[in-house]
Design a protein. Structure first.
Length: 199
């Protein structure tokens, strides 16, 4: 019996067992780390926010560029309502509104459409953006633009300011307040301070 060959074979077997043990431990560790990272993940990258790419959205946050894109798309839908598209627009804006706001918004849309029909203002409507601003102190978004009415080959425009607050709930942007006002005045922190100084 050749003992040196037998001992060499046991050494080789032991090396292989050790190698497989290391691989097993490394694979288990990698699986645990990946699992923990997945469970604790609070930031994802979303490619298709209207108007932008590579927007960062977390469970309770969205970067400002993403919020701006959502606000712009929402404003266009809100400003371009007419009897032909009112039901579609109500379904679209419902996706972004807090539940407590949707009923009020739907009633306002119905009232607007009824007024358009009564006034025979059944032309088409479109919104042009003049300015967007975000006030971090008030946590409000401001969109300034003009609502255009095209009727019988005549285009009339009226300036409007739309003001919003927004929160992110479980990766979903939720608009929590809407204010609409004729004109172009943004009532941000600077405007409030100027009003207080004028008193």
């Amino acid at each position: 019996m050749n003992l040196s060959v037998r001992e060499l074979t046991i050494e080789e077997a032991q090396k292989r067992v050790n190698l497989l043990t290391y691989i097993s431990v490394a694979t288990t560790t990698l699986a645990l780390v990946t699992g923990l990272a997945f469970v604790n993940q609070s930031k994802i990258i979303v490619e298709q926010v209207p108007g932008l790419n590579n927007v960062e959205i977390g469970q309770n946050f969205m970067d400002l560029a993403g919020q701006q894109a959502i606000i712009m798309a929402f404003t266009k839908s809100l400003a371009e309502i007419n009897p032909a598209n009112a039901e579609y627009q109500k379904r679209y804006i419902k996706a972004f509104l807090a539940p407590e706001l949707y009923t009020q918004a739907a009633l306002e849309i119905d009232a607007l459409v009824a007024k358009q029909a009564t006034d025979r203002a059944l032309g088409s409507y479109y919104f042009t953006v003049k300015n967007y601003d975000y006030d971090p102190q008030l946590r409000k978004h401001f969109v300034v633009g003009a609502v255009h009415t095209v009727n019988a080959a005549k285009d009339t425009s009226e300036p409007w300011v739309f003001t919003y607050t927004m929160r992110i709930e479980d990766y979903r942007p939720v608009i929590t307040s809407i204010e609409r006002e004729r004109g172009e005045t943004i009532k941000n922190t600077a405007w409030i301070q100027n009003q207080e100084k004028a008193k």
